[in-house]
Design a protein around this ligand. Structure first.
Ligand code: PAF
Length: 288
C-alpha cells in the first residue's frame, strides 16, 4: 500500500491503474476510521480494481466554533486498517496541499438540498463538503466514490453536484453501520461521556418508533414528529434536540402528508457530540 501526501503522487498512481484498464474506487474520509468506514472500504475493494482511501480533516466544512482542532486524529490505526483491508493507496494530504491558496474563492452549493436538516444548523458546511469532494474527485478521477447513508443529506448533495456538473463518477452509498445497541457509528461518538453514551441509542429508538407509527397507522406528520420528540426527551434527557424532520427522500423538503417513502431524520446534541441518524420508511410496506 502506498501512503502519499501529494496530489501529483496520487494522480500518478491512479493514472497508472487506469492505464491498465482498472476500475478505480475512492473512499473519501476524515480519518478516525470505524466500522462504518470499513463497510465503504470493503464494498469499494470488492467492486473495483484499485482502491484509494483519502484521509483529510477538511477545514472548510467546519464552522469557526466547531470541533476542527479536536476532531479525532488516529493516523497510525487508520493506515493499519486501510492496509489490512487491501487499500492500494492512502492519500493523506496536508492542508497546504489541498488549499495552497488558502480559503478557496470558488463556491459549490446545492441550495435546494442544503438549506434544510443539517444544512440549516450548520450553514456553509455543505459548501465545504462540496468543494473538497469535487477536488478529490478531480484529483483521483475514480469510477466510483463511496459514501455512508448516515450522512444521507451529504450523499444526496454530492449525487446532485456530480449530476449537475457531469462529473464522470458513480456515487455509491452504503447502509448505516450500528453498534449492537443501535447507535450509528460515528467518529464523534468518542466525545460522549458514559452517561451520554447510554442515552445515545435513543436516536435509533426514536426512528424505530416513527417507522412503526408510519407503517401501522399513516399518522399526520405532526404526530410522528411529536412522538419522536417526546421519545428523545424521555430517553435522552442529556441531549438537546437539534431537529426532527420527516422529508421527501429525493427533494429533502418537509412532507405535509405521509404517503409512500419518507426519510425520518434526527439530530441531537450531547455537548460536543452532535449526533445524527435517519431512516427511510415506506408507509405502504413493512421495510423500506
Ligand atoms: O463524510 C465525511 O467524512 C466528509 O464529509 C467527507 C465526505 C470525507 C468530506 O470531507
Amino acid at each position: 500500500m502506498d501512503v502519499v501526501k501529494r496530489i501529483r503522487e496520487v494522480r500518478k498512481l491512479a493514472g497508472q491503474a487506469r492505464g491498465t484498464g482498472g476500475k478505480i474506487a475512492l473512499v473519501p474520509t476524515m480519518g478516525a476510521l470505524h466500522a462504518g468506514h470499513f463497510s465503504l472500504i470493503d464494498a469499494a475493494r470488492s467492486e473495483c480494481d484499485f482502491l484509494v482511501v483519502s484521509i483529510f480533516v477538511n477545514p472548510t466544512q467546519f464552522a469557526p466554533h466547531e470541533d476542527l482542532s479536536s476532531y479525532p486524529r488516529t493516523e497510525g490505526d487508520d493506515l493499519a486498517a486501510c492496509r489490512a483491508r487491501g487499500a492500494d493507496v492512502v492519500f493523506i494530504p496536508p492542508c497546504e496541499e489541498m488549499y495552497p491558496f488558502g480559503k478557496p474563492k470558488t463556491e459549490i452549493t446545492v441550495p435546494q438540498l442544503a438549506g434544510t436538516l443539517c444544512g440549516a444548523s450548520r450553514p456553509g458546511h455543505f459548501a465545504g463538503v462540496c468543494i473538497v469532494v469535487a477536488k478529490l474527485l478531480n484529483i483521483v478521477a475514480p469510477d466510483r466514490a463511496y459514501f455512508g447513508e448516515k450522512d444521507y443529506q451529504q450523499a444526496a448533495i454530492i449525487r446532485r453536484m456530480v449530476k449537475d456538473m457531469n462529473l464522470p463518477v458513480e456515487i455509491v452509498t452504503c447502509p448505516i453501520v450500528r453498534e449492537p445497541d443501535g447507535l450509528a457509528m460515528s467518529s464523534r461518538n468518542g466525545y460522549l461521556s458514559d452517561e451520554q453514551r447510554r442515552e445515545a441509542p435513543a436516536l435509533y429508538g426514536s426512528l424505530q418508533l416513527a417507522a412503526e407509527m408510519i407503517r401501522s397507522a399513516h399518522p399526520p406528520v405532526e404526530d410522528v414528529i411529536g412522538a419522536v420528540r417526546r421519545y428523545l426527551s424521555e430517553n435522552a434527557p442529556l441531549g438537546e434536540i437539534d431537529y426532527v424532520q420527516v422529508v421527501d427522500p429525493d427533494t429533502l423538503s418537509d412532507v405535509r402528508a405521509i404517503d409512500g417513502k419518507v426519510l425520518v431524520a434526527v439530530a441531537v446534541k450531547f455537548e460536543r457530540a452532535r449526533l445524527i441518524d435517519n431512516m427511510l420508511v415506506d408507509a405502504g410496506c413493512d421495510d423500506a
